[in-house]
Design a protein around this ligand. Structure first.
Ligand code: ASP
Length: 334
């Protein structure tokens, strides 16, 4: 019997038994995945009230819903990561956009990046003070295409020229973040001492066309000085996307994430060593830890995996896939 005839007979037999096969069900269902984070940190169940925990879970759920709505209707991974990050930039609970941490001199200086795995086109901004949604500015840099990374006053000027929504610096400043800076100065504490988390936000997505994208947005670290730039807007450190491998967004002590080239390193391990997303992410976060850094990553692959890795007790995070997975988590081991 010819193979094709045998397969047809087997399919008929399976159908008679009610065992559907992918071939009978028509083309495979389009697959999408999304993972988001709202920062890693030392938050623990003991240190968090149930009200605060519920608030954060709801906030993550809203950002996840904004991204999944795009993917479910067949929208692009780029649009999905932007939608999820914009939602968290506007939420004062997270260290991005409104609610960003204060730099030493008392300003909110914002960093963001976005990358399209389809073309490896990318856009990034650092030290911006006037754009309501820095991730949109990063995307405008990418769309413009002449440059990848803009800083400070020039980035703010580009933002105005592109007609992006502007915000008064007071929009970003919250009393709680001001208090954290004041406490840091008064008691000579570190950024992680005055808050329990880093709080950067990020999203990675796979769309139904098989493309991945990553976006990250942050105020950086409380009390940052001298024009300090963290990993979030550095392509390959805090943000990277490549259809041949994965999309990554990071949160944590940015200096170490830059030194380890975290986001690119994870993608390189997937592409060259064919490691699973979880194995690669765990290995690179262990490397960050060995250097002395703390934090975590979210990773999505073109195969639809959506994974987290962290070396901190907590990371605000959530994921959803077309296969029906939907999870919001804060503490390690959830
Ligand atoms: N990675 C960010 C930075 O170093 C901080 C964060 O994750 O909140 O700027």
């Amino acid at each position: 019997m010819k193979t094709s005839t045998a397969l047809a007979l087997a399919a008929t037999f399976a159908a008679a038994l009610g065992l559907g096969t992918a071939a009978q069900a028509g083309p495979a269902k389009p697959r999408w995945s999304l993972a988001i984070h709202g920062g890693a940190g030392t938050m623990s169940r003991e240190a968090m009230t149930s009200e605060k925990e519920a608030e954060y879970r709801a906030a993550l759920d809203r950002a996840l819903a904004a991204g999944t709505a795009v993917l479910e209707r067949g929208g692009s991974a780029m649009d999905a990561v932007e939608a999820a990050v914009v939602m968290m930039e506007d939420d004062p609970r997270f260290n991005a956009g409104r609610g960003a941490v204060f730099a030493w001199d008392g300003a909110n200086e914002l960093d963001a990046a976005i990358m399209d795995g389809r073309t490896r086109a990318a856009g990034a901004v650092t030290g911006v003070t006037r754009t309501r949604n820095p991730v949109r500015l990063a995307r405008a840099v990418m769309a413009d295409g002449r440059h990848v990374f803009l800083s400070g006053a020039g980035a703010d000027q580009f933002s105005r020229e592109k007609g992006l929504e502007q915000a008064d610096p007071a929009w970003f400043a919250t009393p709680e973040r001001r208090r954290q800076l004041d406490e840091m100065k008064a008691k000579q504490l570190s950024a992680i001492d005055v808050d329990r988390k880093f709080g950067t936000v990020g999203a990675v997505a796979l769309d139904v066309s098989g493309h991945v994208a990553a976006a990250t947005s942050t105020g950086g670290m409380t009390g940052k000085r001298w024009g300090r730039i963290g990993d979030a807007p550095v392509i390959g450190a805090g943000t990277y996307a490549d259809d041949r491998a994965c999309a990554v967004s990071a949160t944590g002590s940015g200096e170490y994430f830059i030194r380890a080239g975290v986001a690119h390193e994870i993608c390189a391990r997937l592409r060259l060593r064919k490691e699973s997303a979880q194995k690669a992410a765990d290995a690179v976060i262990a490397e960050v830890g060995a250097l002395g850094g703390d934090g975590g990553v979210i990773v999505v692959t073109p195969r639809g995996e959506a994974v987290f890795a962290q070396n901190t007790p907590g990371m605000y995070r959530a994921r959803a896939t077309s296969a029906g997975l939907r999870q919001v988590a804060i503490f390690r081991g959830e």
